[in-house]
Design a protein around this ligand. Structure first.
Ligand SMILES: [Zn+2]
Ligand SMILES: [Zn+2]
Length: 349
């Protein structure tokens, strides 16, 4: 009876505790936000454990910190930069189609307003009177002008393409080329790459560059920390064996993480150079407008150098969209490489 009573009471008390927590921190009531928060906490804790271990047990490192403070400062700066980059990337927008649609409507409304203001205005007693259709402007600002958006998306496909538009049944928006609906975010993402569980967000047009930098910083931090662990083992292999065993376990985890990070960095560098996304590479046959394109042709590539430049510097807006090339351009891209092409760096320009 007592056991049954305890069992019956425990869910109520846990519910009460949960409700108290949710009242104190309202953001915890949302399961998605709760899991994101847990992920972030786990990441910070992991970094603190792996980095803190060196500061606590590595005497040589502590000595070096006193003699060469710049060395330690750069290491701490790298740890800090990696964590900042993580939060920066996970909190950034991947570029949602619905936001792109609103941005397009806003730009269109503003350009229309400026056109109206440039028109010869009616004159009353010599005073210039500028008339703007407020209803029209309001309609555009609210993003409720899907016809113009549909036309814009249609124009991104070359004439004669069989699958020209696709309307997402979840968001009810016309998807431009390279976008896809993410079931985790429940929104369509422009230039969808993948949904990153580790970051708790989608990787798309708006944050792919940040994501690449995050992997680079994490890889550099992993290499540096690994070197410090190896140096520690070399210096004190015959001293405290229990600590050594712990260092070996942590070094093994670091090595696995490093292999994964290096492969990820190489893979995403390849995607950047060829202007592809993970989704386009993996599911090429499932994307209607990609099916007819030969295997080795990257339709959105503008040459390795231009792709790299566009990825790093040229993006003026996270909602800028790339049209699908026409049949003639695709034919030119599919021409096999000759020795002359290699010499003239055809792949780069
Ligand atoms: Zn959608
Ligand atoms: Zn997502």
């Amino acid at each position: 009876m007592t056991i049954m009573g305890c069992c019956a009471r425990s869910p109520d008390s846990s519910d009460r505790f949960s409700n108290r927590c949710f009242n104190l921190f309202p953001c915890l009531s949302d399961p998605v936000r709760r899991s994101t928060l847990c992920l972030r906490l786990a990441l910070v804790t992991l970094h603190l454990i792996f980095v803190g271990f060196i500061f606590i047990f590595n005497e040589e490192f502590r000595e070096k910190s006193k003699n060469q403070p710049l060395y330690t400062s750069i290491y701490i700066l790298l740890v800090f930069a990696t964590l900042v980059q993580y939060f920066f990337t996970s909190g950034s927008s991947p570029g949602y189609v619905i936001d792109g649609m609103r941005e397009f409507s806003r730009t269109e409304a503003l350009s229309r307003a400026s056109e109206i203001s440039k028109q010869p205005a009616s004159s009353k007693n010599g005073n210039v009177v500028v008339t703007i259709d407020k209803n029209q402007l309001g309609e555009n600002f609210s993003g409720n002008n899907p016809m113009n958006w549909t036309k814009l998306v249609l124009d991104m496909y070359p004439p004669g393409t069989s699958a020209r538009t696709y309307t997402c049944s979840y968001c009810n928006v016309v998807q431009p080329p390279r976008s896809k609906h993410c079931h985790d975010c429940d929104r369509c993402v422009l230039q969808f790459d993948h949904h990153c569980v580790w970051l708790g967000t989608c990787i798309g047009q708006g944050n792919h560059c940040r994501f690449w930098w995050y992997i680079l910083e994490e890889t550099a931090l992993c290499i540096w920390t690994g070197i410090l662990y190896i140096k520690y083992l070399q210096a004190s292999f015959d001293k405290a064996w229990l600590v050594d065993v712990l260092v070996i376990i942590m070094l093994s985890i670091l090595s696995i993480a490093l292999i994964f990070l290096l492969l990820l960095l190489l893979f995403h560098s390849y995607l950047v150079v060829t202007n592809q996304t993970t989704y386009e590479l993996v599911r090429r046959r499932r994307i209607p407008y990609m099916r007819s394109i030969p295997e080795r042709v990257y339709p959105f590539s503008k040459g390795a150098c231009r792709n790299l430049y566009n990825f790093c510097f040229a993006k003026t807006s996270i909602y800028a969209m790339e049209p699908l090339p026409g049949a003639l351009e695709l034919e030119q891209m599919s021409v096999p490489y000759t020795c002359l092409d290699v010499i003239s760096c055809r792949c780069c320009c």
